[in-house]
Write a protein that binds this ligand. Structure first.
Ligand SMILES: O=P(O)(O)OC[C@H]1O[C@H](OP(=O)(O)OP(=O)(O)O)[C@H](O)[C@@H]1O
Ligand code: HPA
Ligand SMILES: [Mg+2]
Length: 187
């Protein structure tokens, strides 16, 4: 399950591939009920949301479109810089569209609260959020996602799209990163 070369980098596994798959399927049934008959645009937030977007989009039985936005607030560390930057904007016009932002994680809530303001200013019919993970004890900005996969403890996690310094995104599950990985001074 966890590749041998990164096993020592994790304190424990929080979510298995199977748990994630099962919960995404449940979220998709809710989304299908809520958006039946609507034209839906999924907006994935690069890069962390790539895995959840790929699995969620394929599990949905609704016709959808996908677009991507790249923003970054964490850089290569484990703490949000507090400044959100657009690295790549959407190609789609959001006017009168039903938009569902797809995120891997809501941590401080800063990225999403900024993104919601930004996308709402573009005249969409609606903007909602589907996030796989949320850390209720870390949230500094109030955001009310319509679909949440799992509430998790306030620890730095990696896997299933989530990185530390760009590593671990390809792990199939989600695990807690061992502090020795990020507290070791780089050589
Ligand atoms: O709620 P917040 O504290 O704002 O944290 C959540 C955001 O942080 C991560 O992105 P990051 O900036 O690390 O970029 P990445 O997706 O490319 O890893 C994650 O993918 C979310 O977008
Ligand atoms: O816990 C986390 N892990 C990886 N990336 C993140 N971005 C916000 N929180 C996290
Ligand atoms: Mg990151």
């Amino acid at each position: 399950m966890i590749p041998a070369d990164v096993e020592n980098d994790l304190v424990r596994l929080l979510l298995t591939e199977e748990q994630i798959r099962g919960r995404i399927a449940e979220m998709c049934r809710e989304i299908e009920r809520d958006y039946a008959g609507e034209d839906l645009l999924l907006v994935g937030v690069l890069r962390g949301a790539v895995m959840v977007m790929a699995d969620l989009a394929r599990e949905l039985t609704l016709p959808i479109e996908m677009d991507w936005m790249a923003v970054s607030s964490y850089g290569s560390g484990t703490k949000s810089s507090g400044v959100v930057r657009i690295l790549k904007d959407l190609d789609s016009d959001l006017h009168d569209r039903h938009v569902l932002i797809v995120e891997d994680i809501i941590d401080s809530g800063l990225t999403l609260s900024w993104l919601l303001d930004n996308l709402r200013s573009r005249g969409p019919a609606s903007v909602e959020v589907a996030a796989l993970l949320r850390k209720p004890d870390a949230m500094k900005m109030r955001v009310d996602p319509r679909y949440i996969g799992f509430d998790i403890p306030n620890e730095f996690v990696v896997g299933y799209g989530l990185d530390y310094a760009e590593r671990y995104r390809n792990l199939r599950g989600v695990g807690v990163l061992a502090p020795h990985v990020y507290s070791t001074p780089s050589q």
